[in-house]
Design a protein around this ligand. Structure first.
Ligand code: DGL
Length: 235
């Protein structure tokens, strides 16, 4: 069995790295869908078409476990994909709101794509985990994943400066990276919010993957060797 990992481009590599760190000895196939980036500004219908095609692609390569290394595809499509492909296991990536709330931060900025920001799932995560005295600020970062994917640092700077202008006075002590592209600009974010812990959900995804592998009776791995195939679609 192979493990499929996908995202709308390079973002998913930040998740893949943590998964392989925790779970070496498996055969991974990474699919970076740069051709369709950004996912975060597409309709649910279009996202279902795109992600279903990727799932079919993985199915032909004997992937029974698929890691959706993308908050947008998880929050908008995971439920539907699980219904459509009940024989597969889908592990999702969601903004680490639970971790931020459990750690007791007071003023939490949740950065994500517009589609994740507007999702029912993010709303649930906020209402289920927020405690008294905690302020949560979800913000849709238009164009940011796109600027990271296409390596446009000037656009990244403009977007982050405007975030700082909007939230700089709110004593932000935690920034949740609710898009898997954002860890690539972690330092730029830390510069704007120097008193904040900047967190992402990769470790949670890796731990959930291990739990699912145990359920499938595939843990620990049979070999010590890790293999990785990487595919990117081009614009
Ligand atoms: N990396 C993705 C996420 O975690 C999506 C970025 C995009 O394509 O908009 O949300």
């Amino acid at each position: 069995m192979n493990i499929g990992v996908f995202d709308s481009g390079i973002g998913g590599l930040t998740v893949l790295e943590e998964v392989i760190r925790l779970l070496p000895g498996y055969d991974y196939i990474f699919y970076g869908d740069s051709a369709n980036n950004p996912y975060g500004e597409k309709s649910d219908e279009r996202l279902m078409e795109i992600t279903s095609d990727i799932v079919e692609w993985f199915r032909q390569r004997d992937c029974r476990l698929i890691i959706i290394a993308c908050n947008t595809a998880t929050t908008r499509c995971r439920k539907e994909l699980m219904k459509k492909y009940p024989e597969l296991v889908f592990i999702g990536t969601v903004p680490a709101v639970k971790l931020a709330c459990d750690k007791g931060y007071k003023n939490i900025l949740i950065m994500s794509t517009p589609a994740t920001n507007e999702s029912e799932r993010l709303n649930e995560l906020i209402t289920q985990n927020r405690r008294e005295g905690q302020n949560l600020y979800p913000v849709a970062c238009y164009g940011l994943a796109d600027a990271i994917e296409n390596d446009v640092p000037q656009a990244v700077e403009i977007i982050l400066d405007s975030l700082k202008e909007q939230y700089g006075e709110k004593n932000i002590d935690c920034v949740v990276l609710g898009c898997t592209h954002y860890p690539f600009i972690r330092e730029d974010i830390e510069k704007r919010f120097p008193n904040a812990a900047v967190i992402d959900g990769s470790n949670g995804v890796a731990r959930e993957t291990r739990r699912q592998l145990k359920l499938l009776d595939c843990y620990p791995p049979e070999s010590e060797e890790t293999s990785l195939e990487v595919h990117f679609t081009k614009k």
